[in-house]
Write a protein that binds this ligand. Sequence first.
Ligand SMILES: Nc1nc2c(ncn2[C@@H]2O[C@H](COP(=O)(O)OP(=O)(O)OP(=O)(O)O)[C@@H](O)[C@H]2O)c(=O)[nH]1
Ligand SMILES: [Mg+2]
Length: 383
Amino acid sequence: MSDNTTTAGEKRPPVILCIGMAGSGKTTFMQRLNAHLHTKKQPPYILNLDPAVAALPFSANIDIRDTVNYKEVMKQYNLGPNGGILTALNLFTTKFDQVLGFIDKRAPSLDYILVDTPGQIEIFTWSASGSIITDTLAATYPTMIAYIIDTPRTAAPATFMSNMLYACSILYKTKVPFILVFNKTDVKPHDFAVEWMTDFESFQEALQKDKTYMSSLMNSMSLVLDEFYSHLKVVGVSAVTGAGMDDFLKAVDEAVVEYNQEYKPELERVLEERRKKKEADKEEQMARLMKDMAMEEKGKEVKFGASKGKTPLRGNVDEDEEEDEDDDDDDDYGEFERRPRYRREVDSDEEGDLEAYKADMEERRARSEEESLKRFISGQRLE
Ligand SMILES: Nc1nc2c(ncn2[C@@H]2O[C@H](COP(=O)(O)OP(=O)(O)OP(=O)(O)O)[C@@H](O)[C@H]2O)c(=O)[nH]1
Ligand SMILES: [Mg+2]
């Protein structure tokens, strides 16, 4: 096993999220992996996130079904089965900090954490709760996705392509290391898939034999996948016979290394950037506050239309100050020298005052535009 300890010496077992199309064999694969790890004396910690599974072939340490009854959820919220499963997962996610607490306590004595997900793949991959669970786990543990594929049902080029595109979208969404697990190899070996993934021409050939309308669409899309394949680890397994389990564990070790070398530094970079941005925002707010306070101070002295015999247009002025200032106004305008922004107000007619006011507003607008441009540019750099 690769090094799963932090610099502080804490053990961080890898988290394996089993995701895949309905019936691809996620649960059976988890059962096989569980048995395999038990024989290696490395019993895993198991989370079941599928509220709709009738019976689990292994005992889960944390089972969503203990927290929410999805059939009750369906009744209460008047939902169909998929809505019920999604809502059950959402409700469970609200308690995920507690779940993480349990995992954290057990982590030092664990080698692996396995997570089974609902059969309807999109419930986990496209929901907010799926993202929250994945990101929360990945923030602490080397987390990876084991994307389980039903090999015999993926033998047609078009189905293969759809499955790969789906996997691709999950990889780019979650950004965690990704293992393609071709399951059910006891029924059909996965060599064809490996060939299609490594030899682009052979896949093109296979596509050409497919005369359906899909083939031209697939042809263009297959070009995109080349880049995607380079990010993957591929293994063939049989959850029924147990073939390929050690290969899978080797891929897990590689994924841990990938997590430590790529995902973790990126995560730390994003967190650091967020922290810096927060600090910069705070400083900017503080600067604005200071400026506003300075303006207020000036406002006490400033008068619009402060000419003889006219009512000055101004805000809070202390009575004492008012007297002083009135005196000043009567005698001379020398003090305005100290307030260049309002110098034009010295003019004694109302038109002049209006001009000064307009000029002041113009200056403010220009400054706020510059500010927001600066903020935009620094925001762009943070993206
Ligand atoms: N031959 C063969 N059958 C398998 C294998 N793995 C799973 N199956 C069968 O595939 C069917 C579905 O397996 P599950 O483990 O329930 O699949 P799942 O992905 O958890 O299904 P959902 O959670 O309902 O989406 C079952 O009948 C399994 O016996 C395998 O490696 N070989
Ligand atoms: Mg299942």
